[in-house]
Each structure stands twice: as structure tokens, then as C-alpha cells.
Design a protein around this ligand. Structure first.
Ligand code: HEM
Length: 166
């Protein structure tokens, strides 16, 4: 079929007309994109800390893991709150399936990060192997959530604040 003969899907065209500009931004920079780096980094740092504890047996890594897993959870909640405002308040974001796929993966990640911290703070888990397994799961789900988040920007142009100058 010739490109000119391909019919536009009316439902998709209607969604494409809707606004996708970030609602929570500082000087044109979306706050969600600025905050997500912290939970992503801290989830992977927690996994690295668990591997170092497994390798060395040094108690220092046990204490470090409590702090990094707590930081991952709390920063994940903070990023998630901003993301939720974007999701619910911007029509073009709310009506895209990809946004909800990202939100579901992100909420799973926040729940796993909370579990990881809770088990450590209450001292109710053996880091090797159980803490290490929870950290590995958190890292995998973070990869999924982050990848879907990136798709929102790069495939759907969500959150971009392009001025007439650009
Ligand atoms: C309930 C939780 C969340 C919701 C509803 C949500 C929603 C969104 C939305 C609407 C965007 C598009 C950009 C924008 O409007 O600012 C986005 C981007 C993104 N999100 Fe989330 N998000 C949530 C949590 C998270 C978490 C915890 C992470 C960390 C893994 C994350 C990682 C990302 C990434 C990496 C991007 C792309 C940002 C960029 O490349 O600049 N999100 N998210």
C-alpha cells in the first residue's frame, strides 16, 4: 500500500492533538525528569552494596544498605507523586496507554523498594540471599519503569517544553 493511501486512525489522531506539556516544571524543566535519577541510582547502588556485603562480609555494607534502600524508596515516592500529578492533570498524558504502563511499572518498583527498606530497617531479613534477591528484583523493575518512562519522552514527546524559538 502507498504511504498516501494509509488511513489515519481517528482515535489516535484525536489523542495526538491533546496537550502533552509538563504541568510540574521549574523554569521549563519537568520536575519528574529531574527527580527520577535519584531512585534509579539508589536502587542500583543498593544492589551493588549487597554484592559488596556478600563479597566482603563487612558490616559497614549492611548499614549502608539501610540508608541507600531508604533513599531509593523515599525518592521514588517523591518522584512518583510528581509523576502522578502529570499523569492525572495533563490530558495528552492521561489518555495514552503508555503513560499508564509506565505508572504501573513505577508503582511496582516503589512497592518493592519500600519492601527492601522495611525488611532492613526492622532487621528481619538475611541480606544474603534474600536482601540480594529483593535488590535484584528492584533493579529489574527499575529498568522496566525507566525504559517505559524514556519511551514517553522519546516516542511520544511527553513533557517536552518546546518554545516558539525552538
Ligand atoms: C506513580 C508513579 C509515576 C508516574 C505516574 C509517572 C509518570 C511519568 C510521566 C507522565 C512521565 C513523562 C514526563 C513528564 O511528564 O514529566 C514520566 C517520565 C519518566 N519517568 Fe515516571 N512516573 C512515576 C514514577 C517514576 C519512577 C519511580 C521512576 C524511576 C524509575 C520514573 C522514571 C521515569 C523516567 C526515566 C522518565 C523519562 C524522563 C526523561 O527521560 O527525561 N517514573 N513518568
Amino acid at each position: 500500500m502507498e504511504t498516501s493511501e494509509i488511513q489515519e486512525n481517528p482515535v489516535i489522531s484525536k489523542i495526538e492533538e491533546k496537550d502533552v506539556t509538563s504541568a510540574v516544571a521549574v523554569a521549563g524543566h519537568p520536575l519528574h525528569a529531574m527527580t527520577v535519577h535519584f531512585p534509579i541510582a539508589l536502587v542500583f547502588i543498593t544492589l551493588a552494596i549487597d554484592v559488596l556485603y556478600w563479597w566482603t562480609g563487612d558490616q559497614f555494607w549492611l548499614r549502608s544498605g539501610v540508608w541507600s534502600s531508604g533513599g531509593a524508596f523515599l525518592m521514588g515516592v517523591a518522584a512518583g507523586l510528581v509523576g502522578t500529578v502529570e499523569l492525572l492533570s495533563v490530558a495528552g498524558i492521561r489518555e495514552r496507554v503508555a503513560s499508564w504502563a509506565h505508572a504501573i511499572a513505577a508503582m511496582m518498583l516503589i512497592a518493592i523498594a519500600g519492601l527492601n527498606w522495611g525488611l532492613r530497617v526492622t532487621d528481619s531479613i538475611d541480606i544474603v540471599p534474600h536482601g540480594l534477591l529483593v535488590s535484584t528484583l528492584a533493579a529489574v523493575v527499575t529498568g522496566m519503569a525507566g525504559w517505559h518512562g524514556g519511551k514517553l519522552i522519546f516516542d511520544h514527546g511527553i513533557g517536552l517544553m518546546v518554545s516558539p524559538k525552538d
